[in-house]
Design a protein around this ligand. Structure first.
Ligand code: FO1
Length: 313
């Protein structure tokens, strides 16, 4: 049986994982999830990417947004707004239960990874979903308008500020969560999900030792491009590529992953870039449809990515 570890951000990664757990035994899949987006909201600890992956795999995610729960309501948020509390981040009434549960257990000194394991088990998930670290790690975005906490940049200010650089507060002293190193060491295939390379993948790799661990295993690493035809499927990846001086294309992303992945999965729309990517990065390029529009498309992408990575070594 093939096993896989996936470096995962939010919506794109969750959709990829949704396909992957259909083509592998779910128990052989480990999602190693970004926590750079985590924040404190009204005294609660929110882990958006962990929840997006969990809700998606449990079939509970809001299909319109790709995050949050389906059938959500906002009575608490509206009341909070009347009280003058923070109302710019949409915490739904049902989703609130997750944050209460998580925050309560964190306040009792339990690690995020153990809480996540229990939450996912309660939802009947068999794959492992783990934060990359149990330690505090926060993405800080340096913009034209100063330094912004991730969700301030992303949600409150709608990712409209020009990004100069990013840093990951706490990264130097963060340690991988239990089982992260083992999962990367022992799996047959490591996938860099079609997530934002700067906002989702870099924070994961900023945990000391992980970038080197992935690079050492380059021959069994496949990266899926989050850029199709020069545009991001979702979010500000294309804008950030541009503002940081990279090529706004799948080639620009491939250059970022050249030392990490042996295989690069490119969308059909970008097939003309394949030769240039192979020549410049020494990655093997496989071309396939990467837009995850339905469950067949998700499974086909997961299957194609696995096959390419297994044949790469
Ligand atoms: N994204 C938004 O664009 N607006 C929101 O109000 C918002 C609320 C939210 C609440 C819980 C959650 O788990 C995710 C939420 N997201 C929201 C998504 C989140 O900000 C981002 O998609 C990720 O952090 C990036 O991966």
């Amino acid at each position: 049986m093939t096993s896989a570890a996936v470096l995962a951000g939010g919506v794109g990664a969750a959709r990829f994982l949704d396909g992957l757990v259909c083509v592998l035994a779910p128990g052989d899949v480990t999602a190693i999830v970004n926590v750079g987006d985590d924040m404190e909201w009204a005294g609660l600890h929110i882990s958006p990417d962990l929840d997006t992956v969990t809700y998606t795999l449990a079939g509970l995610v809001n299909p319109e947004t790709g995050w949050g729960l389906t059938g959500e309501s906002r009575r608490t948020l509206d009341r909070l707004s009347q009280l003058g509390g923070p109302d710019w981040f949409m915490i739904g009434d049902l989703d609130l239960a997750t944050h209460l549960y998580r925050t309560h257990r964190l306040s009792q000194g339990e690690p995020l990874s153990a809480i996540t394991r229990d939450l996912t088990a309660r939802l009947g998930l068999q794959c492992a979903i783990t934060p990359v670290t149990d330690d505090r790690l926060r993405t800080v975005v340096e913009t034209d308008n100063g330094e912004l906490a991730f969700q301030d940049y992303f949600v409150r200010r709608r990712a409209a500020d020009r990004v100069h650089s990013l840093r990951f507060d706490g990264a130097e002293s963060a340690r991988p969560a239990p089982r992260v190193v083992e999962a990367l060491d022992e799996c047959d295939v490591i996938v860099i999900a079609p997530s934002n390379p700067f906002l989702s993948i870099d924070p994961l790799l900023s945990v000391p030792g992980l970038r080197e661990l992935v690079a050492t295993n380059r021959s069994r690493v496949a990266a899926v491009s989050p850029i199709i035809g020069g545009a991001a499927v979702k979010g500000p990846a294309a804008d950030i590529l541009q503002s940081l001086g990279h090529d706004v294309s799948a080639l620009g992303v491939a250059r970022l992953y050249a030392d990490l992945a042996g295989v690069f999965v490119l969308d059909e729309a970008d097939a003309p870039l394949a030769a240039a990517i192979e020549e410049e990065t020494a990655m093997r390029v496989v071309v396939m449809p990467t837009l995850m529009t339905d469950s067949e498309a998700k499974q086909a992408l997961a299957e194609g990515t696995l096959r390419a990575a297994l044949n790469a070594g």
